[in-house]
Design a binder for this molecule. Structure first.
Ligand code: ATP
Length: 910
């Protein structure tokens, strides 16, 4: 094993047969075959046996298993077997569904593969991190996750956080120097290790180890932990299950006591009745259905560009009350074009749109050409090209920018001025640079030509003005700076929604080799010009903001841009209309208390840095808000983690931000957050609907059995019949609700209060009401049939069918919580409902007529007339449920929705 950290960079390059310009593509491909992909072995999933066994680990199933044993002891072998089979079938379905759900989540996770920037054939390229090979030269920037073990070749203020390896959460300053061979991991400053995070600066590093040969691979920290499927709602349901188990046992014991002591039933007969009761009351299928619904929802969201990294976020999304969004690239298109160049003697308008370097300059209403008469333009163009890390590319006639679009706009500006960027960059070699960070809002480079050395500085005007004591004028001379003039011009330009950059330069001594913050702080710069860049709002974001407002969600814009730019763009988007923005400096003046007082009143926060984001999230949460927050930089990670839903940008976001986020937007688009909220609400609705659907089946059956005991009737349902009903309805009908589209008006109601329990008072009422309807239909038909001397088998078959038919009607009715379903859309609107009704109907025919079923379940064939009575009795549920909804719509204007909040009076759907 080579001690790479103790070798000089030249030795490392030599040993790996590489150069500081990187490998050639062919060589890299060859090495990839030799060394294998740069990937860690997958964390081992739980084995299938264990996963299957865990399916039985559920209080309700324990109760069922006990019931099965009791039935066996009493000699009721068929009942014992059927109960056991029901448990088994449930476990198998749970096992399959969970497997599918896990696979779905896993595949979504795989969409988020890490990327790395390498030098191949001397060119910068972005590739999949798994394609890295030893000898590759990787470029690191702040926010990157180090993709392999690297020996650092060149370092600019690089700081890495190595907690993943060393447990030390303070970032370590890196250098390119070798250290002693026996230096501990944390002291090997010349190395950057796979899995650690770059929190500051830039570097160029040589890949020395990949995949499981990396330090991370060696200490065997397996990445990509196994997805666990759990959310607050699932936990709530788990608790509900335990609570239900206790309640069921209690009811069973009481009924048993009543039956034997009061009604004089025989103990063994009463035991069987109790078992029927137990089987009737347990909603076995519920957990599996909820898991499937979540997984399907997450897949649907992924198709709409929102990748959920943490499952609970799906539910939280539905209750989000505030969305805080970055501006650049999320609300705007991030297609920057310089529109104005402001000099000391007036301003130039720049023509053309997009990244094509075509367009002219207009000064005082006259077209002008950069050059002799307008030397400033040439100077600005050169500064913009040299103090720049972006690249302008033309592929198939289309122009695009690689790197920061703000910098790309400067390259385009230079192109329009006729400057050859490549030529200029060769003539003025860069010696050192301070990269742009949103904390300090500037970038500086030190360049050298044959004659002189210059420091170029560009950034937010306030920052740059502070460093300037002179300005460059059209007479070619240097004059004292007129701050008031520049500030006025900056405010005026920003007020038009343009993003601002100031450009400045300063001569450096021939002995200067490096650039430090002091060079900027010392001042002495000459201001060349201000540049105004347009970045138009995304049209879909404007619609999405309006949709969020209608949905009772506040939208806040938090940006690093100038306050006036932010306000102007905000106005175009419909954010913060007529309100003053708050700046980062204002926020700093406020204590927590004061910030909480104002935070909900302000919609635009400008010149804000990542720490301000964190304080804003905390303040909003302090006001009881549920906050979604977007972010892209490494410093946004704390705010993303703190937010209720952290939203990271998939394109321009750093790995650090993606790891901190709960959700990743693959298109960086604000509108996608709106879509995700909508989906989140729909998924939650459907979960509620499925619970609302399943519980009354159990309730109705329980009531029937209890009534039979109280009135000393023959049991209208045997245990095995009860199980059949539960299986049939949850396997077919309940699943259809997972495909239920969002109700109309879902984005016109206020967010769901996060602490709201799933079983609100209204919910409980509805479960009880439908249970009673179900019981009424089933029991009255049973009594009527017995009265007409119908055989017990036939009567029971009819009760089973009444309940299933009642459930079929109820499924249609549950599709809308309040709106009537007695219309085309309501009855036929969800294809899956129709499919599941058909499947369920077929199974019932099988149950009624197939001889083996008749033997197993004691069912008997029915005549057409009997079917008619069954359907009529089942329809009681539809009539009753629709009448209740009608009454609520008619008289219950103030009625609470199951969401627990006021229902908009005229919205008929929800
Ligand atoms: P957000 O994405 O949060 O809406 P932003 O991206 O507009 O904000 P920053 O990138 O932090 O905000 O930029 C803040 C300011 O820094 C800009 O208004 C601009 O003046 C300056 N700036 C932006 N990019 C660069 C750059 N590459 N070099 C120098 N200065 C820059």
């Amino acid at each position: 094993m080579t001690d790479w950290h103790s070798l000089t960079t030249e030795d490392c390059l030599k040993q790996l047969d590489s150069r500081s310009e990187g490998l050639g593509t062919e060589e890299a491909t060859g090495r990839l075959e030799r060394y294998g992909p740069n990937r860690l072995p997958q964390a081992r999933r739980r084995g299938p046996l264990l996963r299957f066994a865990l399916q039985f680990h559920n209080v309700l199933l324990y109760v069922m298993l006990v019931a099965s044993v009791i039935a066996a002891l009493l000699g009721h072998w068929i009942d014992a077997w059927v109960i056991f089979a029901a448990v088994l079938v449930n476990a198998v379905i749970g096992f399959i569904q969970e497997g599918k759900a896990e696979a779905a989540l896993e595949s979504i996770r795989r969409m988020l593969t890490a990327r790395a920037t390498v030098l191949r054939d001397g060119q910068r390229q972005e590739i999949d991190a798994s394609e890295l090979v030893p000898g590759d030269v990787v470029l690191l920037a702040s926010g990157d996750k180090v993709p392999a073990d690297l020996r650092l070749l060149q370092v600019q203020n690089l700081r890495a956080e190595e907690a993943a390896l060393t447990g030390e959460s303070l970032a370590v300053e890196k250098t390119a120097a070798a250290v002693a061979p026996d230096a501990p991991l944390g002291d090997r400053f010349g190395m950057a290790y796979s899995g650690t995070l770059v929190v500051y600066g830039q570097a160029r590093g040589l890949v020395v180890n990949t995949g499981s040969c990396t330090e991370l691979g060696r200490i065997n920290t397996l990445l990509g932990s196994v997805p666990t499927i759990s959310t607050p709602l699932l936990r709530q349901i788990d608790r509900f299950g335990r609570w239900l188990a206790v309640a069921i046992l209690l009811i069973v014991v009481v009924t048993f006591a009543l039956g034997t002591l009061w009604r004089g039933y025989d103990a063994s007969e009463m035991l069987m009745i109790s078992i029927a009761l137990t089987a009737a009351a347990i909603p076995e299928g519920l957990p599996a259905i909820i898991t499937v619904m979540l997984a399907l929802g997450v897949q649907r969201m992924a198709r709409q560009q929102a990748i959920i990294r943490r499952l609970p976020a799906v539910e939280t999304l539905g209750s989000v009350t505030v969305i805080c969004s970055d501006k650049t690239g999320t609300l705007t298109r991030n297609e920057m074009t310089v529109q104005r160049v402001i000099a000391s003697h007036g301003s130039y308008d720049v023509g053309g749109v997009g990244y094509a370097p075509e367009g002219g300059f207009v000064f005082a209403d006259q077209g002008v050409v950069p050059g002799e008469q307008h030397p400033l333009l040439a100077k600005v163009a050169r500064a913009g090209v040299l103090c720049n890390d972006a690249r302008l590319l033309q592929r198939d006639g289309l122009w695009s920018v690689e790197g920061d679009p703000t910098e790309g706009a400067l390259l385009v500006l230079a192109g329009k001025g006729g400057l050859d960027a490549g030529e200029e960059q060769r003539r003025w070699q860069r010696i050192d640079s301070i990269p742009f960070e949103s904390e300090h809002r500037f970038m500086a480079t030190l360049n050298r030509s044959e004659e002189q050395r210059l420091i170029y500085l560009k950034g937010a005007p306030e920052r740059i003005l502070d460093a300037c004591d002179r300005q460059w004028e059209s007479d070619g001379g240097y004059h004292p700076i007129d701050r008031a003039y520049w500030l006025r011009m900056a405010n005026d330009t920003a007020g038009r929604g343009l993003r601002l950059l100031a450009l400045a330069e300063k001569a450096a001594g021939p002995e200067q080799h490096g650039l430090a913050f002091e060079d900027i702080e010392q001042g002495g710069f000459t201001l060349l010009a201000l540049v105004g860049i347009i970045d138009p709002p995304r049209s879909e974001a404007i619609a999405a903001v309006a949709e969020c407002h209608a949905a009772g969600i506040q939208v806040k814009m938090i940006t690093g841009d100038h306050a006036d730019t932010a306000r102007a763009i905000g106005e175009q988007l419909g954010i913060g209309l007529g309100k003053q923005p708050l700046t980062g400096a204002d926020i700093e003046q406020m204590d927590e208390q004061r910030l909480r007082e104002v935070v909900l009143e302000v919609d635009v926060f400008a010149r804000a840095s990542p720490e301000h984001k964190l304080r804003l999230v905390e303040a909003m949460q302090g006001c009881g808000q549920v906050v979604a927050m977007t972010g892209d930089g490494v410093n946004d990670a704390p705010a993303l983690k703190r937010a209720d839903v952290g939203v990271a940008m998939g394109n321009k976001g750093t790995e650090a931000a993606k790891e901190a986020g709960d959700m990743v937007l693959t298109d960086d688009n604000f509108a996608t957050i709106g879509t995700a909220v909508r989906e989140g609400r729909a998924i939650y609705d459907n979960l509620k609907k499925s619970i609302l659907f399943i519980l009354p089946t159990n309730g109705g059956q329980v009531l029937i059995v209890i009534a039979a005991i109280l009135f000393q009737l023959a049991l209208p349902l045997t245990p095995v019949q009860v199980l059949w009903i539960n299986m049939v309805t949850s396997c077919t009908l309940a699943l259809a609700l997972a495909a239920e589209p969002a109700e109309r008006g879902i984005m016109q109601r206020p967010p769901r209060p996060p602490a709201e329990p799933i079983l609100t008072g209204f919910f409980v009422w509805r479960v009880i009401m439908v249970s009673i309807l179900m019981m009424a239909g089933g029991l009255s038909l049973f009594l009527w049939e017995l009265d007409r001397d119908t055989s017990l088998e036939t009567a029971r078959t009819m009760v089973v069918n009444v309940i299933v038919v009642g459930e079929m009607f109820y499924l249609i009715s549950t599709r809308y919580l309040f709106a009537s379903v007695l219309n085309r859309q309501g009855l036929l609107g969800n294809r899956w409902v129709l499919v599941s009704l058909a499947a369920c109907g077929l199974l019932q025919l099988l149950y009624t007529y197939a001889p083996p079923m008749q033997q197993l379940f004691g069912s008997a064939g029915l005549s057409a007339e009997e079917w008619l009575r069954v359907v009529l009795a089942g329809a009681v549920v539809l009539v009753g449920a629709e009448t209740e909804k009608w009454l609520i719509r008619r008289f219950g204007r103030q009625a609470k929705t199951p969401g627990g909040h006021q229902r908009p009076a005229r919205d008929s759907r929800m």
